[in-house]
Design a protein around this ligand. Structure first.
Ligand code: NI
Length: 227
């Protein structure tokens, strides 16, 4: 499932992130990428422990907590701490690759299986050309370029690339989720059930049927979730 989740960050938070990133200590994005990915990767990344990275990471994690759509779509068990990257100038693309399946978090010594990939766009689309995130899914390739502060979420199993940025800079925050529900197909069913229940409640209020279907949702989640 490929899903656009709007407004992870407010306008003020986006501006704060952009200010911090304008004077941030960017470095080569290749270290940390796997062997195949490193060959097609040409972008910049922020050191994980610099002040700007810490502050923006905290903003994004708070933003995720405020957005119930995110919880419903990702059913997160663990979140790999968000990273920041920049495309532009001579470091302006990331060719086709599939993200590494298991990421190590030195902070906690834990591993995160990358079931779901997330990108929060931090630049205004009018400020750069190119830089589309192109994701191959069941229905072909989707080109994604979202307003600043909005997020795309897609299966970690997808082949994807970031097209060359030919003007300006594309700033983004990216991270992975290990989901309580490993299967993308099962997560999608749960998400659709949850969203339809939400709309039913909006239209008719709580009814015997919505109560019954909410039970079905939880019973499916109980059957499929690994907590
Ligand atoms: Ni990737």
């Amino acid at each position: 499932m490929l899903l656009h989740i709007p407004h992870i960050l407010t306008t003020d938070e986006v501006r704060r992130a952009q200010d911090l990133l304008a004077s941030a200590p960017w470095g080569d994005g290749r270290p940390g990428a796997g062997v195949q990915a490193a060959q097609v990767k040409n972008n910049e990344q922020l050191p994980h422990d610099c002040d700007a990275a810490r502050e923006i990471r905290a903003l994004v994690l708070r933003g995720l907590d405020r957005q119930p759509l995110f919880f419903s779509a990702a059913l997160p068990k663990r979140v790999f701490p968000p990273r920041l990257n920049r495309y532009g100038g001579d470091s302006n693309y990331y060719g086709n690759h599939i993200d590494g399946s298991v990421r190590y978090m030195p902070e906690t010594g834990q591993r995160v299986r990358s079931d779901v990939s997330c990108t929060v766009f931090l630049s205004d689309p009018a400020d750069y050309d190119g830089g589309e995130l192109c994701i191959s899914d069941t229905y072909g390739e989707q080109a994604v370029k979202l307003p600043a502060g909005h997020m795309v979420l897609y299966p970690g199993t997808s082949l994807h690339q970031v097209k060359p940025v030919t003007r300006g800079y594309r700033l983004a925050c990216f991270f992975w989720i290990e989901s309580m529900v490993r299967s993308d197909e099962q997560r999608r069913l749960l998400y659709e059930l949850d969203m339809n229940l939400l709309r039913l409640r909006e239209r008719h209020g709580e009814t015997t049927e919505t109560t019954g279907l909410t039970g079905t949702y939880h019973n499916l989640l109980r059957m499929w979730a690994d907590t």
